[in-house]
Design a protein around this ligand. Structure first.
Ligand code: NAI
Length: 296
């Protein structure tokens, strides 16, 4: 099966950091995109943000102003899930919670066409488990983008035990047609990147808790000597500590409490406090007042 053609409607459920990036990329690739969120203001913020980014890309000559306007015009806010009935592909990017995701897909199954593909951007939850309660679990697949979506080429296309290979191939080809670099993977806890990345974050927290150095020093060392684009703390601030912590918890639980994946209690406290990173103005660093002073 080939990539979905630009005439296919794409629905994006959840208009936060990831959903808005996915919508931006899909509309730029020529699709009509329907954006939904339980918080109407999240859609408003997402659409305004995408419009600004398209304008900046046009100013820089990366697309023409006419292309920017056309892409923006292909993005539509929808206020009810029933409005995504004509979607050929639904990409879910809501809260990282199995029951909430299952509930959403159960509802979507009653709305979209028989041949529509249901994709989840989950960071770590089993694709098999998300699909298990569906009438047709074979059409549920992982389509895991990375943050920030427009800049990160990698997309993990994840098959659960019931996922139809044709569905995974269509999503793979569609991601490629959007300029992404997809890889196929089986549904294992954390998939490829989030599994390999767990020790990066965990050892960062352990170093911090043992007072080896502060967050800024650890980040600088990993960037400058380690060759990473970002150190663990600045990366977690970008990802969001709520998201990062729930991914660690789900990998830890999926591996029966393997101590390698033990979540950090310090990060748990940061989530409790609402210090979620850039999106909250405060995480391991403070944002919005000039220099980024480390908090931890
Ligand atoms: P976010 O918190 O920025 O956005 C989530 C949005 O979903 C919010 O606007 C919220 O109002 C909305 N939402 C929550 N429940 C909903 C529901 N039942 N129906 C419709 N909308 C609902 O979160 P973010 O960072 O965009 O993450 C979304 C998903 O993407 C999660 O599953 C996360 O694990 C995954 N992910 C996140 C990455 C990151 O770096 N932040 C990277 C890759 C995947």
């Amino acid at each position: 099966m080939a990539a979905l053609q630009p005439a296919s409607v794409i629905a994006v459920i959840g208009s936060g950091a990831m959903g808005s990036g996915i919508a931006q990329v899909a509309a730029a690739a020529g699709h009509t995109v329907k954006l939904y969120d339980t918080r109407a203001e999240a859609i408003t913020v997402a659409l305004a943000g995408i419009g600004t980014i398209y304008s900046k890309l046009a100013d820089k000559g990366k697309m023409t102003h006419a292309e920017a306007e056309a892409a923006r015009a292909r993005l539509h806010a929808v206020t009810s899930l029933a409005d995504v009935a004509d979607a050929a592909l639904v990409v879910e990017a809501i809260v990282e919670d199995l029951d909430v995701k299952r509930g959403l897909f159960a509802e979507l199954e009653g709305i979209v066409a028989q041949d529509a593909i249901l994709a989840t951007n989950t960071s770590s939850i089993s694709i098999t488990a998300i699909g298990a309660k569906l009438r047709r679990p074979e059409r549920l697949v992982g389509m895991h983008f990375f943050n920030p979506v427009p800049l990160m080429a990698l997309v993990e296309v994840i098959s659960g035990l019931a996922t139809d290979a044709q569905v995974a191939n269509t999503v793979y080809d569609t991601a490629a047609s959007w300029g992404k670099n997809p890889v196929h993977a089986k549904s294992t806890p954390g998939f490829i990147v989030n599994r390999v990345a767990r020790p990066f974050y965990a050892e960062g927290w352990r170093l911090l808790q043992e007072q080896a150095a502060d967050a800024a020093t650890i980040d600088a060392v990993l960037r400058e000597a380690g060759g990473f684009r970002m150190g663990p703390f600045e990366l977690m601030d970008l990802i969001g500590h709520d998201v990062n912590y729930s991914v660690t918890r789900s990998v830890f639980e999926a591996y029966y409490g393997d101590p390698r994946f033990t979540p950090s209690v310090l990060q748990q406290e940061m989530v409790n406090a609402g210090f979620l990173g850039r999106k909250a103005g405060r995480g391991c660093y403070r944002y919005g007042e000039g220099a980024q002073a480390p908090v931890v």
